[in-house]
Design a protein around this ligand. Sequence first.
Ligand SMILES: [Zn+2]
Ligand SMILES: [Zn+2]
Length: 311
Amino acid sequence: MMTTDTLSVQRAPRIEAPVAAKTESIGGSWKLGVPFLLVHLSCIAVIWVGWSPVAVAVCVGMYLVRMFGITAFYHRCFSHRAFKVSRSVQFVGACVAASAAQRGPLWWSAHHRRHHRATDRPGDPHSPVQDGLAYSHVFWMFAPANQATDAELVADLAAYREMRLLDRYHHVVPAVTLLAMLGTGYLLGWLWPGLHTSGPQMLVWGFCISTVLVYQLTFAVNSLGHRIGQRRFETNDASHNNWWLALATLGEGWHNNHHRFPAGARAGFNVWELDPTWLILRGLQRIGVVHDLRPVPPTILADSRRRAKAA
Ligand SMILES: [Zn+2]
Ligand SMILES: [Zn+2]
């Protein structure tokens, strides 16, 4: 099915991207795979660093902030243009999302737009239908075919110099985040020993564990979100709505809804479908940080209610 989003991408003016049509990301896929593996293995260090309430709280906070960066900015804003932001907010949002170490905004959005162009068909970079659950969950990220960014697909984003720079040096923000966590832990341990935290403990909880959680739950939208749950709409793909995945991913688990109308800023179509990203975006719109949230057409919302009642 040709989605509204697909149409909007195809009709977007093809401005000359200031980067080459195909740009290799810095380093090969193995160079990305090693830090990815290390951040997972580092979680084992929790055995030695222990835990403290403040470290767990920072872990939860870092999870929520960075998951919001991915869902609101990399996904709904950059990939789908579901709302508008100023250039400075765009850059701040991109940096928050980049701190989750899922590469840069151009790479992320280009691959997500490819996903919507050919969902669960040949050409989809991460389809469990085409390539199996494990590949669509994680291995697609490291496949040689998915290392380059098709700049034509993200010409609108590549038009901004700071976005190109952030994409090229996407390692920098996660590295700074890692060091900030280490420093915060040392500082808290020194200023307030009663908190029972330390640099290494904050590094493990605030960076490693929270990053792995953001990784695995974001990836689950690509894999399980196309396998497990309910299908309210007969979209021309295998997308499913999944309430627990929606809770964990701040609304992204309403994935069948999303594939019904990808251009919308909202993924939970019915009132009981909690979509924290949408709620936060509405709050940010009220205080003028974001604007022009693209609504889901009333006909689709009515259809959603009718189908939910009939189910
Ligand atoms: Zn999908
Ligand atoms: Zn999408």
